[in-house]
Design a protein. Structure first.
Length: 387
């Protein structure tokens, strides 16, 4: 079979054998990710009997307008397409060897909880949420291919990178030797438009938006045994999660650990969770004072609950003024802090955070500001940090 392919095709093809389960294609625009995976799965279907291959995307209209159209077009170019074998109502193509290639969207609940398959390709996988991924994963017996542009600061896909059954295939437009010069110029000119856009779509890298509040955080797999000072930050929610974050200070470095992140907790439920976690009755628990009745119940249970200083600017400055290490099991805190942004008005960045991804971030802020004030090391003025 004579195919014109890029190295992206070859790197994915090499993954068809061996124990790799998750083949994660991340990169910029025009790197040939979609085209190469289309070629790959057509070749797989032609050379393997009685298999089931599924190609999915978030919605059916976007699937039809993109990858489904590409796959059919490539099959016609390869002269392996037959109208008779294509069930356009069910979006299933059956090859002469009995292998089925099906297309469906994950917003069809019945489909994602339906029959099993051998191979799955999740096109534009960052559109798909973790629960949908889990359902698809459970029903896939062999391999899952994923492709996406890294436009999100945090996504569940990034957690797959560390899975021993995963391989990450990074590609950019430079991996596509068939790209026209005019398109190459257009991609390279993105640097003149927006630096972050250039990083995402030209270089295939995760970019930090200018409106990001925190940019200095780092993950750690080990926390100190003892701190110079420590407390808990507690932000109340009900439909929103209640977040309890342990904050420790050592050598002017801040360490944070997510202990609780749950929705629909009553005051009684919260106390029960704290008892289960064996929270110390002496450590200060710095609380959102908007819910005094919950604070009172926590105190009645014997905990050292105190009111937080809720000065947002001063609290953010306090977090930004020290190295920040977040425990690698603190999944929700890590997700929030990487998505916590300033409000914008056009190109202007405002001095007010967006009220999203802020439950664990607020709890962290309460704890850090408390420790800084307790040690007499309050943060410098806001204007020194926010540019």
């Amino acid at each position: 079979m004579d195919l014109k392919v890029t190295n992206v095709f070859q790197r994915n093809y090499d993954c068809l054998t061996g124990n790799t389960r998750f083949i994660i294609n991340v990169g910029g625009t025009r790197s040939s990710k979609t085209y190469s995976l289309s070629q790959l799965l057509i070749v797989y279907c032609l050379t393997n009997q009685n298999k089931v291959v599924s190609i999915v995307r978030k919605t059916l209209p976007s699937l039809r307008a993109s990858v489904m159209r590409d796959v059919i077009s490539i099959m016609k170019e390869m002269d392996v397409y037959s109208e008779k074998q294509h069930n356009k109502t069910e979006n299933i193509y059956t090859f002469p060897n009995g292998t089925m290639l099906e297309f469906f969207s994950v917003d069809d609940e019945q489909k994602i909880r339906g029959r099993r398959r051998d191979i799955l390709w999740m096109n534009e996988a960052n559109e798909i949420n973790f629960d949908e991924f889990q359902q698809l994963n459970f029903r896939t017996s062999d391999k899952l291919f994923l492709d996406f542009n890294p436009s999100d600061m945090y996504h569940w896909i990034y957690d797959l990178y560390s899975n021993p059954q995963s391989i990450k295939i990074h590609s950019t437009y430079k991996d596509n030797p068939f790209l026209e010069k005019s398109l190459i110029r257009e991609i390279e000119d993105l640097i003149k438009v927006d630096e972050n856009y250039y990083k995402i779509y030209a270089l295939g890298e995760t970019a930090i938006p200018k409106s990001a509040i925190y940019t200095h955080q780092q993950l750690t797999n080990q926390l100190p045994d003892k701190y110079d000072n420590e407390c808990m930050g507690l932000d109340f929610g009900y439909n929103h999660p209640t977040a309890l974050i342990k904050v420790g200070k050592l050598d002017n470095k801040i360490y944070a650990e997510e202990l609780l992140y749950k929705s629909h907790l009553t005051a009684t439920d919260l106390v029960s969770e704290m008892n289960t976690l064996k929270i110390s009755k002496t450590i200060p628990i710095v609380c959102d004072y908007a819910r005094p009745e919950i604070i009172q119940e926590i105190r009645r249970a014997g905990y050292n609950a105190i009111n937080a200083d809720k000065n947002v600017k001063e609290g953010i400055d306090s977090v930004k003024s020290s190295e920040l290490h977040i425990h690698n099991q603190s999944i929700n805190l890590w997700k929030e802090i990487n998505n916590y942004k300033w409000k914008t008005n056009g190109d202007k960045i405002m001095d007010e955070p967006v009220k999203l991804y802020d439950d664990a971030c607020d709890a962290l802020r309460y704890g850090v500001l408390h420790l800084k004030k307790r040690s007499g090391n309050s943060a410098p003025s806001f204007s020194m940090f926010h540019m």
